[in-house]
Design a protein around this ligand. Structure first.
Ligand code: NOJ
Length: 559
């Protein structure tokens, strides 16, 4: 197999690590995470030494939003796109972060939240003040038809109607998310121009790419038609009970993404990643790359992480991607992010999972050895789990908690608790200071933290570190073809990653049962361990041996 395209891009070969800045590291010791904290932790992420004994070895950081924000949705409600929120620092801090990250070979990806602004953004303040102002048409303003209470039946994703009344205009504005997050009117060319100007502002500063927040909802039906209720659904106040024909995934959205991509193409080597925020339909993950590959470089979809922790289901998701994503496009995978429970909390209940450490290593292997770009979420590399014991008065996910309808999703705070650095005060979040962090640290931090994990050769963290290095050194794992050897997986997955010059076999046993590897139809060459939970690296392995309970092995065919 020839290397696809002359040289692969950094966002194809690399591993992207998501940081939730509020809870990563508190550099100025006020209890809230910030850019200076991240700068101090850069060596942990990648110190530039391929043989480092302490750093993880990631290639890019995706920062959840750091722009000025009243923090109703913790940064996903932006009030100034061209500045840094004082909570996180200053533009100077950001420039320093960018410079120091680049020195270590780490790229920086910003979260671009442009479906909506904060209701505190000057654009909205102006737009909502009257019918006659230059920004009067920058948001989605509507007046209900006579006799109707609301302009239409569109719902907010966070629960209840998506329409909020504004007295000054005697009109309603639409918000896909919280009422403090009014949706922009993307049909207005001035809005588009203003956003593209913001994108250039950050690209000029040197950022390496963007993660587009909620990139499938930019465009809305210009006639504001009602969404059809799903068959047999009765609850009309539930976002998920509608077919989102008119407020989501409209063809116009793709034109907008193409325009954004064109802005990025004015610069060298930048990446456009998008949260497709779809109804789990296969077609969308394919279409968001664009027919001519002129939309997203990487489309984040939720089918893989939402799959049950069973080999057959997970394999089906991979096969779907392999079959449908065009050869010129590139898959990406993730297990955790700031919106969903961490995978060890999500999957821990399944009957076969007896040991969360085994699941963590198996999940890590799967994520980092399928064909595509892996996205890691901070703390996943330690085996962090959700903190489900946060007292109500300490919850911070106001966008969700404040919505207070029956359909409101649960607070997302459990998966956003402080990174566990060491066994000291609040897990070292404020670098040794005893300052109460923004969210409470998980109680397991004395045992589960970076410092302790680095000293334990068998820790999840050291497994991730080795896995990242194995991946970096293996062209087959970075861009080789994916081919399954088990067509009806029960409790194990076995697949190959192949290039012309390298073949790697990945075997993951999800269970305490010991299936025969010789089920695998592959003749008896010799195979060397690159990484395994059960064998030393470098050992020669006989494929005829049974897989051991919960074994994970990555083997390279000897030449
Ligand atoms: C998706 C983000 O990931 C989520 O955290 C946020 O609440 C919504 N978009 C609104 O921006």
């Amino acid at each position: 197999m020839v290397k696809p395209s002359q040289s692969l891009k950094w966002w194809q070969e690399g591993v992207i690590y998501q940081i939730y800045p509020l809870t990563y590291a508190d550099g100025n010791q006020d209890g809230t995470g910030d850019l200076r904290g991240i700068i101090r932790r850069l060596d942990y992420l990648n110190d530039g030494d391929p043989d480092s004994a302490t750093s993880l070895g990631i290639d890019a950081i995706w920062l959840s939003p750091i722009n000025t924000s009243p923090m109703v949705d913790n940064g996903y409600d932006i009030a100034d796109y061209k500045d840094i929120c004082p909570t996180f620092g200053s533009l100077e801090d950001f420039d320093e972060l960018l410079e120091k990250a680049h020195q270590r070979g780490i790229r920086i990806i910003l979260d671009l939240v442009i479906n909506h602004t904060s209701n505190q953004h000057p654009w909205f303040l102006e737009s909502s003040a009257s019918h006659e102002n230059p920004k009067a048409d920058w948001y989605l303003w509507q007046t209900p038809f006579a006799g109707q209470k609301l302009p239409n039946n569109w719902q907010s994703y966070f629960g209840g109607t998506g329409w909020k009344y504004c007295e000054a205009r005697d009109q309603f504005y639409f918000h896909t998310f919280n009422e403090n997050q009014p949706d922009l009117n993307w049909h207005n060319p001035d809005v588009r121009a203003a956003i593209y100007d913001i994108i250039r502002f950050w690209l000029d500063r040197g950022v390496d790419g963007f993660r587009l927040d909620a990139s499938s909802v930019y465009s809305k039906d210009p006639y504001f038609r009602d969404n059809p209720l799903k068959y047999e659904a009765t609850d009309r106040n539930n976002y998920n009970n509608y077919h989102h024909l008119y407020d989501k995934n409209l063809p116009e959205t793709h034109r907008i993404i193409r325009e954004i991509r064109a802005v990025l193409e004015e610069y060298d080597d930048r990446a456009l990643i998008g949260e497709t925020f779809i109804d789990n339909r296969l077609y969308d993950s394919v279409i968001f790359h664009g027919v001519d590959q002129d939309e997203l470089h990487l489309a984040i979809t939720f089918e893989f992480p939402f799959s049950p922790w069973y080999p057959g289901y997970l394999q089906r998701e991979i096969e779907k991607n392999e079959i449908t994503i065009q050869p010129s496009a590139w898959p990406c995978y993730f297990l955790d992010n700031h919106d969903i429970p961490r995978h060890l909390s999500r999957w821990i209940d399944c009957s076969l999972c007896v040991d969360s450490e085994a699941i963590a290593k198996a999940a890590a292997t799967l994520l980092l050895t399928v064909r595509g770009t892996p996205l890691l979420y901070y703390g996943q590399e330690l085996g962090m789990v959700d903190n489900t014991d946060i007292p109500e008065e300490k919850l911070q996910d106001r966008a969700v908690v404040q919505s207070e309808t029956e359909e409101t999703p649960d607070s997302r705070d459990g998966a956003r608790t402080p990174m566990q650095w060491d066994g000291g005060s609040h897990a070292g979040f404020s670098f040794g200071q005893d300052i109460e962090p923004w969210l409470p640290v998980h109680a397991n931090y004395p045992e589960l933290n970076v410092q302790t994990a680095l000293q334990n050769p068998d820790s999840i963290l050291n497994f991730y570190r080795r896995l990242l290095r194995v991946r970096k050194q293996s062209e087959a794992l970075r861009w080789g073809k994916w081919r399954t050897l088990v067509h009806y997986p029960h409790e194990h997955m076995v697949y190959l990653r192949e290039t012309k010059t390298e073949t790697v076999l990945v075997a993951i046993n999800f269970s305490y049962e010991q299936p025969f590897k010789r089920d695998v139809t592959i003749d008896g060459e010799s195979w060397t361990v690159l990484l395994s939970t059960h064998y030393e690296a470098g050992k020669l392995i006989d494929l005829a041996d049974n897989l051991q309970a919960f074994e994970v092995s990555i083997l390279q065919k000897s030449r």
